[in-house]
Each structure stands twice: as C-alpha cells, then as structure tokens.
Design a protein. Structure first.
Length: 240
C-alpha cells in the first residue's frame, strides 16, 4: 500500500475478539487480517478498579463507572502497523490491584481516521432489573451498539431489525455474575424510538453503549431505509 484507503460512507465491520483476563496487566492480540488504516475500538471492563491503557500509548481513553460499580474504558485508534504497538499486534491494559477484567476489540475498514472523535462513547444508558432496554438512536455513518449485561443466567441478546449482530458475544465473569458483551452495528442516522434490545431473562444490571464509527465526511445527508421517521417519503423525494 502506498497510502491509507479513502474513507467510505458506511465503514464495514471486519472482525472482533476478546475475553477475560486475570492479573494486573492484560494483553490481547488484535484480530487477524489487520491492514494499515483499519479503525480499532478497544474496551476494557473491570469490576475492581479503573483500567489504564498502556499500549498503544498516547491515545485518549474514555472511562465511565456504571451504577453497578463496573468500570468501562474505551479507546479508538488507527492501526498503523506493529511500530505503533509496543507489544507487536497487541493491546495492553493495566487494572491496578488485579482481579478479573474483560477485553473486547472491534475492527472496521473504510473509516475516517484523520479526525478520530475525542471520546468513543457517543451515548451510555443504564438500566436495572430489566428484560429489555431501549436502543440508542443510530449516530450516523456506522454505529456500533454494545449491550453490556451482568447476570447469573443470561444466554442471549437480540437487537432490533436493521442491526447486524456480531456473534458470538464476548463473555467474562465477575464473581457470581456473568458478563455478556453483545455487539451489532447499523449504517446511517436514525430517529428516536428506534427499537429495543431484548434479553432472554431479567438482568440485574445492563448498559447500552453507542459508539460512532466515523465515515466519509462530505457533509451530505444520510437516509436510513426502514427507519419509522427518517425514511418517510415526502412530496419532493425521489428514489433513483
């Protein structure tokens, strides 16, 4: 490659991986098949203390402590090859004091990486003792939705129609509670009342996290076919 690929309207999901790690330092390799210019979203979920990003260094990290006490930290970065990662093709987190933590990495191709958002979290909403939760409105270009649940016996999460689910979910365990991090994405910009994410049991704690994957920034409007509000045809609207 002589240059990074040009960004596209709807960056495409490429791959994801993750899992639970114990100890103070957590290293997890990026998914296979990475190319220069790929857009990476990495999260570390910890129960006991706030995660700290060690590798890649110099990136802005967003951190939020949920009402359940769980910490969620995330970072976005452009994959520039192994030279940008001090430990080969691996992301490295530190959780002071150790304890169980879950790492998740999501890779997209065709994203706009020249102007990466300051914070990965476009929106975070929390719920307690629910079997369903409203899904945040799609944020534009491609939106990554994350359903983070803490429960004893949850086995399945279902996103509404229009959201492409990434399977299998990434799982971990905090004490007696199972952590389930289920993800999916959708292109375009939606409206309020978009839909709900469904759980197959009542969960004590859940968070719905919305992350915007930046796309081609030419300023033109984005129209989602099937959105109950944004896709209503008007008198001057034509399909070509």
């Amino acid at each position: 490659m002589t240059k990074y690929p040009d960004p596209v309207y709807y960056p495409a999901w490429l791959d994801s991986n993750g899992g639970i790690k114990d100890g103070e330092y957590r290293t997890f390799k990026l998914p296979q098949g990475m190319r220069l210019g790929d857009f990476v979203v990495t999260l570390c979920v910890s129960r006991d203390s706030m995660p700290q990003l060690l590798n890649p260094a110099g990136n802005l990290t967003a951190t939020k402590q949920l009402a359940s006490g769980t910490w969620v930290s995330a970072v976005m970065f452009r994959y520039d090859g192994e030279w940008n990662l001090r430990n080969g093709d691996s992301v490295r987190w530190r959780v002071p004091g150790g304890g169980g933590a879950t790492i998740a990495t999501y890779v997209y191709r065709g994203a706009e990486t020249r102007d990466i958002p300051i914070t990965p979290f476009h929106e975070v909403k929390e719920y307690a003792n629910v079997s369903e939760a409203p899904l945040n409105s799609p944020a534009g270009n491609t939106t990554l939705f994350l359903a983070l649940t803490e429960a004893k016996n949850l086995t399945h999460v279902q996103f509404p129609e229009g959201v492409t689910s990434h399977k299998p979910p990434i799982q971990g365990r905090f004490g007696e509670f199972q952590l389930l991090l289920h993800s999916g994405d959708m292109p375009g910009t939606g409206s309020e009342g978009f839909g709900k994410v469904l759980f197959d049991t009542t969960v004590p704690a859940a968070a719905v996290i919305t992350i915007k994957i930046p796309g081609d920034p030419n300023g033109q409007g984005i129209w989602v076919l099937g959105d109950p509000v944004a896709s209503v045809l008007g008198n001057t609207t034509y399909l070509l």
